[in-house]
Ligand binder design. Structure first.
Ligand SMILES: Nc1ncnc2c1ncn2[C@@H]1O[C@H](COP(=O)(O)OP(=O)(O)OP(=O)(O)O)[C@@H](O)[C@H]1O
Ligand SMILES: [Mg+2]
Length: 262
């Protein structure tokens, strides 16, 4: 198992965002972590990638505990966040270079690797342009290329195709698939486009209100719910209600106010 999570929980004050979650991901899996808004997906990814500390539980990432040994763990994964984290003022090439320096990629191979990845995502010809001039799809492609610079074993993608047109989504998925097949990269992703999960994932876990409520392949989830699409299976498993986030929204507002006061 390349990712092993046991009894993971995360509390924000009295609110439990991730509640006793356990799952494992095999090397070369394309693992879809699905759930309604506010289910706890991003929080889990943040914990796995050392951005948040868990309240309790155990994690092994590529043989290493990211909570105890964050620096080492950070070399085993690349991450594409739900919100863009590119430097808009810099060019595509400069964004790549900055990341390469942060990851201490030797100067000798830096140029070659950046060129190779920018060509894969078809941005080599636009490398000198400032990122602020890029469309959403181009930014997403650049972020994926950047996440791969240090040859990670695992790629975390938090809604990699959010807001993109079907053509661009297909493109992005064909890059991801190729990486998975040719470079054996394990992929851990979230999405609300259930057709993507149905088509590309090898395994799925569904989280709702912080708890994992179903796991299996998309075929297994459909069989279990007697549905013929993953979207129908998902709705049957998680229910029809729209997830309101009033509770946590109030919490967040309070937090923000605190920040302003200081
Ligand atoms: N820093 C924080 N402080 C307090 N509550 C938080 C914090 N971060 C997240 N939460 C709450 O934890 C819950 C899970 O949030 P999370 O971002 O993990 O959801 P998600 O599954 O990624 O949802 P989405 O599909 O909308 O991206 C939500 O109720 C959210 O408001
Ligand atoms: Mg999220």
């Amino acid at each position: 198992m390349i990712i092993e999570v046991k009894n993971l929980s995360k509390k924000f004050k009295s609110f439990t965002a991730v509640d006793d979650v356990s799952f494992s991901v095999e090397k070369k899996d394309i693992f879809a972590f699905l759930g309604p808004n506010g289910a706890g997906k991003t929080t889990t990814i943040k914990i796995l990638t050392t951005l948040l500390k868990p309240s309790s539980g155990e994690i092994i990432l590529d043989g290493c505990d990211p909570v105890k040994n964050g620096n080492k763990a950070r070399y085993s994964f690349g991450i594409v966040f739900q919100d863009s984290s590119l430097d808009e003022e810099l060019s595509a090439y400069e964004n790549m270079e900055l990341h390469a320096v942060l990851y201490r990629i030797p100067k000798k191979i830096r140029k070659e690797r950046i060129e190779q990845l920018l060509k894969i995502v078809e941005l080599w010809d636009r490398r000198r342009e400032a990122v602020k001039k890029f469309s959403g799809g181009m930014k997403r492609r650049l972020e994926i290329a950047r996440g791969l610079l240090h040859h990670p074993q695992i790629l975390f993608l938090d809604e990699p195709t959010l807001g993109l047109d079907p053509q661009t989504r297909n493109h992005i998925w064909s890059y991801i698939k190729e990486l998975n097949e040719k470079e054996d990269v394990t992929v851990f992703f979230t999405t609300h486009y259930l057709a993507e999960a149905e088509k590309y994932s090898s395994k799925i876990a569904i989280i709702d209100k912080g708890k994992i409520i179903s796991q299996g392949s998309s075929r297994e989830l459909m069989e279990r719910t007697q549905t013929d699409s993953l979207e129908d299976a998902f709705i049957k498993i998680t229910g029809e209600d729209i997830r309101k986030e009033d509770y946590s929204a109030v919490d967040r507002m309070r937090q923000r106010r605190k920040v302003f006061k200081h």
